[in-house]
Design a protein around this ligand. Structure first.
Ligand code: DAH
Length: 343
């Protein structure tokens, strides 16, 4: 019996050792460990068969099994170290790091000219006590047209320049619907600007894009007059384009203001003499404006007998193009950072 088990153990150990000598990877090593020392391993099997050993032989046999296990474990440890060293050596050989290579540069983006111009406009108006509010880009026809005094058959609603979602919902064609939304809330007085994206079914060219940006402005209070409108927008023009800028108001028509005007600024390039930049005019048109139409007030729940107000709408791209002397609007949408980095 004793001899039998001794032989069995010697046999197990020698087979395990020769297998271990051939093992080349951590996985192979683990497999061998499990097959000899694991729960169902061969050596564990011998240990389990101890109950068949005569009681007087057990201490001796137990000692033999323990010796065999210690040998195997020692051998496993040696082979494990050898394999790890080999794996590391291989890694060091293949994963060469050239520490002299220049580091990869982090590429930072750049604020878009539209953003820079918008921040400037916001700075000017918040400095005069205006709030900045935003409205939805997908808007009800009711706000985009009806409440701005643009009834059902008005040409401004033409399918050619409005993106209709359905009969009642459109991609807003202007930021003016924010006027109606703010007035409806009924918190008076109002002093707000509302910048945002607008959409028109226009072909892309140097001065048009189907999606562009406007900044709406609205002031409603008691005793607001056209003088307030002029003073405010003149101040705006001076801060934006320089202290020497002069302004000119030309009569115009917008359905939601009465009277309405367009404001021109003296060309900041030639000072008004006429140049290529202002196409020889000396003046550059920059916004539409007017006194809020009494009917618009009524539709938005404000008493036009008690309150008056003025509104204006500026094209953001127009300001960015002028301020940074960019001659093609398409450049603003190409996102070429060689272009953007200039501003
Ligand atoms: N919404 C007008 C447009 O898109 C611009 C405008 C004109 C806005 C006069 C106004 C305004 O608030 O009073 O052409």
């Amino acid at each position: 019996m004793d001899l039998n088990i001794r032989e069995k153990l010697e046999n197990i150990v020698s087979r395990a050792v020769s297998k271990l000598d051939e093992a080349g990877t951590p996985e192979a090593l683990n497999e061998i460990r499990v097959s000899f020392l694991g729960k169902k391993g061969e050596l564990t099997g011998v240990l389990k068969s101890m109950r068949d050993v005569a009681p007087e032989d057990r201490p001796k046999v137990g000692q033999l099994v323990n010796e065999a296990r210690d040998m195997l474990e020692a051998k496993l440890e040696t082979v494990r170290k050898k394999i790890e060293a080999a794996v590391l050596a291989k890694k060091l050989e293949t994963e060469i790091i050239d520490v002299t290579l220049p580091a990869r540069k982090t590429v930072f983006g750049h604020r878009h000219p539209n953003t820079i111009a918008l921040e400037e406009v916001e700075r000017i108006f918040t400095g005069m006590g205006y709030e900045v509010v935003s409205g939805p880009e997908i808007e009800y026809d009711l706000y985009n047209f009806e409440k701005l005094n643009i009834p059902a058959n008005h040409p401004a609603k033409d399918e050619q320049d409005t993106f209709y979602i359905n009969k009642e919902i459109v991609l807003r064609t202007q930021t003016s619907p924010c006027q109606a939304r703010v007035m409806e809330q009924g918190k008076l007085p109002i002093r707000m600007i509302s910048p945002g994206r607008v959409f028109r079914s226009d072909e892309v060219d140097a001065t048009h894009s189907p999606s562009f940006h406007q900044i709406e402005g609205l002031v409603v209070d008691k005793h607001i007059t056209f003088a307030d409108l002029k003073g405010t927008l003149e101040q705006f023009a001076k801060e934006l384009f320089g202290e020497d800028t002069r302004t000119k108001f030309r009569p115009h028509h917008f359905p939601f203001t009465e009277p309405s005007a367009e404001m021109d600024v003296s060309c900041f390039k030639c000072g008004g003499k006429g140049c290529r930049f202002c196409k020889g005019e000396g003046w550059i048109e920059i916004l539409g404006c007017g006194m809020v139409h009494p009917h618009v007030f009524e539709m938005c729940g404000i008493d036009p007998e008690e309150y008056t107000g003025f509104a204006f709408g500026v094209g953001l791209e127009r300001i960015a193009l002028l301020k940074y002397e960019i001659d093609d609007m398409r450049l603003l949408y190409e996102n070429d950072d060689r272009f953007l980095k200039q501003f």
